[in-house]
Write a protein that binds this ligand. Structure first.
Ligand code: FES
Length: 105
């Protein structure tokens, strides 16, 4: 399956993601600068913050408490904010669109 990352400056990247891989890992593997993944994927840095396109947001399992609390302290959180390290790719998420916050540009 594929995921599409759209940077705050409009740069768009379509990347192939293995099922079970996190979207943060997919972004860092593909050198997408807007996703840093500083903490290595354990919900403690928020440098992997993304806005999930509405068409996919409801397909994601809900965020756990730790993720919620990191989103609260992230820059510019919105209703469709998630940490991309907590989103694991599935066949159902093929084509998922993620926008990156201005603060991560
Ligand atoms: Fe640190 Fe996601 S990589 S919170």
């Amino acid at each position: 399956p594929k995921a599409v990352f759209i940077e705050a400056n409009g740069g768009e990247y379509e990347v192939e993601v293995s099922v079970g891989q996190s979207l943060m890992e997919a972004a860092t593997d593909n050198m997408i600068d807007g996703v840093v993944g500083e903490c290595g994927g354990v919900s403690s840095c928020a440098t992997c913050h993304v806005y999930v396109d509405e068409a996919w947001f409801d397909k994601l399992p809900p965020a756990d408490d730790l993720e919620e609390s990191m989103i609260d302290v992230a820059r510019d959180p919105m209703d469709n904010s998630r940490l991309s390290c907590q989103i694991k790719m599935t066949e159902e998420l093929d084509g998922i669109i993620l926008r990156l916050p201005v603060s991560q540009f």
